[in-house]
Design a protein around this ligand. Structure first.
Ligand code: MLC
Ligand code: AMP
Length: 503
């Protein structure tokens, strides 16, 4: 009976009494504590009637227990479906139903509303709160801390991660055991992680970065993580002396730079700083080096593919680039219109192929087919150049996407919400430079003839439907949208108009 992902990341730590998670209250979970708790939760999942392949949707705050739910899913062969804690009931209801979740783990505060959501009335719910209370652990407490991992094939789906799309409808990216395993193996080696490493972990664990990059890498390396609930600078500097490494989105680095406590001395013991999920400005890279003597290692990936490229550990970490294709990953740059490979240095759409690339979108075979070339390359939608040394530079996006503080926001999704509001004739949403989040969301609205739009009311209305991070930071009400001769909204003009808004 084999379960490659469980055996390699989790099961091999059986009996390991080394520290795995350092928590902010000073408590420590060993690998054994972690595996015991995961096994107990695995029993609860099976007792709820789930069978391998069923989906477990999880929307809870970051905690050691929450990470144990991930292990329990792998152990039971169920599909882990983590959800951003900022999502509103109307957002999660789509995920619960689209994935047909067999079990939903949520916070007590949401239970009442979620169990009344359309299509969710007869779903099974358990709760898990930040302080470890809730029905999930109440039930787990009486279970055995041993659980025989269910047999799985390397191509079986281990996780379903939803990503929004240019149509506004989210798609569930199906990630197999081998997608996750092969990528963590590459990364441990490429970044030279060992059991001596302690990773300062302040990222959320419902996305690829904090979950599969950070946590899988540390599980495989056998190291430890300082597991912080969020990005709080006092805690970052309090725990930094214990860490050897850190992973963050670019906002982590701009906020560290904005803090006087960031000095050469405060990070001189650190082995590695890694950045990803959004473009790291070359100026941030250079300023960080000037201040600390540390060169940030930037890498590039996405939900559908895990990590594709990385700057080297030993060689030159080149500011403004995302480095080389990782071992086992093939990259090429193609003309977006005809798929023909462009010449070195020319801009095109980046395509990737390898064991890291996902198995397709959940129950969307046509959408999946659209995103792959006939020879199996996945079309990322990122515009890039490749130089003759093999360095990849991301220069833009072919997809209409905003990345704010490392979170993807699809303008279409926001425009659909805005267009439905009373008095709104049409809308356009763009991202413009933001000093903290990289890009900030700006919405431009056009009123229906005779209607008057109120900015405050619009903001309030969007908050019911959209997670906070997606809501426009600023709204403008105009008489008309700039359009080209074909009638298409010229978002580039809006971006130029508001370029200095947040500076
Ligand atoms: C919070 N807010 C955001 C925001 N995060 N607004 C826009 N974009 C964001 N990312 C809102 C808050 O609700 C709040 O609203 C206000 O902005 C200020 O909040 P804050 O307290 O300053 O935010 P904070 O909690 O500190 O969070 C910022 C952050 C966080 C950058 C630490 O967003 C974060 O952890 N981002 C990481 C995302 C991530 O893991 N991405 C990986 C995706 S995987 P108000 O109005 O109440 O003040 C992927 C693949 C890959 O992309 O390659 O890795
Ligand atoms: P997600 O769908 O949340 O996984 O986001 C993936 C997207 O984040 C990619 O398609 C890129 O547009 C972007 N991204 C990730 N890492 C980087 C990086 N280092 N530089 C530029 N963009 C990045």
């Amino acid at each position: 009976m084999a379960n490659p992902l469980y055996d390699t990341l989790f099961g091999r730590h059986s009996g390991n009494s080394a520290a795995f998670l350092y928590l902010k209250d000073g408590s420590v979970w060993t690998y054994t504590d972690y595996l015991n708790r995961a096994a107990q939760i695995a029993h609860v999942i099976i007792n709820a009637g789930l069978v391998p392949g069923d989906r477990v949707a999880v929307q809870v705050e970051k905690s050691a227990e929450a990470l144990a739910v991930y292990a329990a899913c792998v152990q039971t062969g169920t599909i882990f479906l983590p959800l951003n804690t900022a999502y509103t009931p109307s957002e999660v209801s789509y995920f619960f139903n689209d994935a047909d979740a067999g079990l939903i783990v949520c916070r007590d505060q949401d239970l009442d509303a979620y169990s009344k959501l359309e299509g969710c009335e007869s779903r099974v719910f358990e709760t898990l709160n930040t302080d470890g209370t809730g029905s999930l652990l109440d039930k787990a407490a009486s279970q055995s801390n041993e659980f025989q991992a269910v047999s799985r094939d390397k191509d079986d789906i281990a996780a379903l991660l939803y990503t929004s799309g240019t149509t506004g409808r989210s798609k569930g990216a199906m990630l197999s055991q081998d997608n996750l395993l092969s990528n963590s193996q590459s990364l441990v080696e490429y970044w030279q992680f060992t059991k001596k490493d302690v990773l300062l972990h302040a990222l959320p664990i419902f996305h690829t970065h904090g979950l599969f990059v950070a946590s899988n890498v540390m599980l495989l390396a056998g190291g430890a993580m300082i597991f912080l609930p969020g990005l709080d600078m006092d805690q970052m500097f309090r725990f930094m002396p214990k860490a050897t490494s850190m992973m963050g989105v670019p906002t982590f680095y701009t906020r560290l730079l904005g803090d006087q406590r960031l000095t050469k001395d405060s990070v001189s013991h650190m082995r590695l700083f890694i950045s990803g999920s959004a473009p790291l400005l070359a100026e941030t890279h250079l300023e960080f080096e000037a201040r600390t003597g540390q060169r940030i290692l930037e890498r590039y990936g996405m939900t559908e593919t895990n990590m594709n490229t990385s700057n080297p550990y030993e060689g030159e970490r080149r500011a403004g680039t995302v480095g080389f294709a990782l071992p086992g990953v093939s990259v090429r740059v193609s003309n977006p219109d005809n798929g023909k490979e462009v010449t070195i240095g020319e801009t095109g759409v980046l395509e990737v192929k390898g064991r890291n690339v996902f198995k397709g979108y959940w129950r969307m075979p046509e959408k999946t087919a659209e995103e792959f070339r006939d020879d199996g390359y996945f079309i990322t939608g990122d515009l890039a150049t490749l130089n003759d040394e093999g360095y990849v530079t991301i220069v833009g996006r072919a997809k209409d996407l905003i990345i704010s503080g490392g979170y993807n926001i699809y303008p279409k999704e926001i425009e659909l919400v805005l267009d439905e509001l009373p008095g709104v004739n049409e809308s356009a949403v763009v991202g413009v430079p933001h000093p903290d989040f990289g890009e900030g969301v700006v919405a431009v609205l056009i009123a229906k003839p005779g209607a008057t739009l109120d900015e405050k009311q619009i903001m309030a209305a969007t908050s019911e439907k959209l997670a906070k991070f997606k809501q426009p930071k600023k709204i403008f009400i105009l008489d008309e949208l700039p359009r080209n001769t074909m009638g298409k909204v010229q978002k580039n003009i809006l971006r130029e108009t508001y370029v200095g808004l947040f500076k």
